[in-house]
Design a protein around this ligand. Structure first.
Ligand code: CA
Length: 467
């Protein structure tokens, strides 16, 4: 009897380990250097840091694009957005079904649904603002968030009840929050509201395998934070950095509550938690810091797409590990799909790699031959392979080769010393680019100048009002 029971428990724990829960916590526009585990000194992030301490810190963790929408589309599908024409930030268009994640693509939630996962998005969506693009129509069972690329943080600013009535970007920042398809008026600072929802999601779903995408819009502009968080930063003088710090601190509190809930529900061991930013910090816009990386959001330089990145899974990964081979956000889906042997549509092959055998030491060497970037509109490209990185800005006729071990800040162009490497990296990039297509929709940069000006003015007014 005892032996039977032991066998039953063993089987139970095996099946739990094979179907770990997945929580991906993604921040918005957070800098590489703005977490303690990457050396941040002025903003304490103890809870985010605990993910790295309990698991793995990636020093070369990339996203697949240096701005929000395409980075998220890539994470959400496990595929480079250039494969399916998602290479621009979508505009907020509630009637344009071409403006968002193409319906040919399967989301991570859709694939995990095939093996019994219950999935939810809390926070920012930004993968299309039509009803057809709504998360509940893209494989998720729960949604609590906003459809656009950013949002006002204080409930009093949210004056538009119907998300589908917002006509442009600045109006989309003022909609109520959608609970599934129902508009609701949040009562708290948005970051806190999303953390409350994350706790509730975990509590309600702890008995089944789940995937939670906790997609904080913080610390994306507009810079807004409650006094209780601002008070934590008397040592930061610069106003922009102070508000940014307060916003990051609110996220860190939320991460702490998520982790605490996992412990209370006794599912910490069987839950993979990933933390990352969707792109590098736009330093002048929100006071973020990417040092020592060059550049920031939007750039092919490291500061654009190398991000704070950590992962814990007490039941399956070592603790306190630093992993320096390059990895990419696409690996998250590849990992959970491999652990579940979940079937992926053959038209949508994944670009990522199952990281588990690399992190446990079963497999040696780098998971990727290269990690790739193409920015169609600025005609810039990048490829990271091993310690080498090639950057081109074709519109400026520029080619740069860097050794990131020696020169993490991309300050010494060694193109002329090692032409062999230039050729190798170019050839890798060309092979990758062969299965890419041109963008399928026009994006934010294609907004007419007059409209942009009006929206900028509205944003500035909202920020001034909140000062
Ligand atoms: Ca972003």
């Amino acid at each position: 009897m005892k032996a039977c029971l032991a066998l039953f428990i063993l089987q139970l724990s095996l099946s739990a380990a094979e179907k770990p829960n997945l929580i991906v916590i993604m921040t918005d526009d957070m800098g590489y250097a703005d977490v303690g585990f990457n050396g941040c000194k002025d903003i304490p992030t103890p809870h985010i840091d605990s993910i790295a301490a309990n698991g793995v810190k990636f020093t070369s963790g990339y996203v697949a694009y240096p701005v929000c929408g395409p980075s998220r589309a890539a994470f959400m599908t496990g595929r480079y957005g250039q494969r399916f024409g998602f290479e621009r930030n979508p505009q907020y268009r509630t009637q344009d079904e071409n403006m968002g994640l193409p319906f040919s693509e399967e989301t991570i939630a859709k694939v995990l649904g095939k093996v019994g996962y219950h999935s939810g998005v809390i926070g920012k969506w930004h993968l299309g603002a039509t009803r057809k693009h709504h998360p509940l129509n893209r494989g998720f069972q729960e949604f609590y968030g906003h459809l656009g690329g950013g949002h006002q943080y204080f409930p009093k600013e949210l004056t538009i009840k119907d998300s589908y009535a917002a006509e442009n970007e600045s109006q989309s920042y003022r909609t109520w929050i959608l609970r599934n398809h129902e508009p609701v008026a949040p009562r708290k600072y948005l970051t806190t509201e999303f953390s409350d929802e994350a706790v509730s999601f975990i509590e309600r779903n702890s008995a089944k395998p789940f995937f939670l995408f906790l997609s904080y819009n913080a610390p994306h502009a507009p810079l807004q934070a409650p006094g209780e968080y601002l008070k934590r930063f008397p040592h930061i003088e610069k106003k922009q950095r102070k508000i940014y710090a307060a916003m990051v601190s609110a996220v860190d509190d939320g991460v702490g509550r998520v982790l605490k809930t996992l412990r209370e529900k006794e599912i910490e061991k069987d839950t993979i938690v990933v933390f990352l930013s969707d792109n590098g910090g736009p330093t002048t816009k929100n006071g973020s810091n990417n040092a020592p990386l060059r550049g920031g959001k939007g750039d092919a330089w490291e500061g654009g797409w190398r991000v704070p990145f950590a992962m814990q899974w007490p039941g399956g990964l070592p603790k306190g590990k630093t992993y320096s081979h390059p990895v990419v956000s696409l690996d998250i889906m590849a990992t959970i799909v491999a652990l579940n042997k979940a079937p992926v549509a053959k038209e949508c092959p994944l670009d990522g790699v199952n990281l588990v055998p690399f992190l446990t030491g079963k497999k040696k060497g780098p998971p990727h031959q290269g990690i790739f970037l193409r920015k169609f509109d600025s005609e810039s490209t990048a490829v990271r392979s091993g310690e080498r990185k090639l950057v081109t800005y074709d519109n400026k006729g520029y080619t740069g080769l860097f050794d990131l071990t020696e020169d993490i800040s991309e300050s010494k162009n060694i193109r002329d010393q090692t032409s062999k490497d230039v050729a190798r990296l170019k050839s890798l990039w060309n092979d990758w680019n062969k299965s890419n297509i041109d963008p399928v929709f026009k994006g934010l940069i294609h907004t007419p100048a007059w409209q942009k000006k009006r929206e900028q003015a509205a944003r500035k007014k909202a920020e001034d009002d909140n000062k």
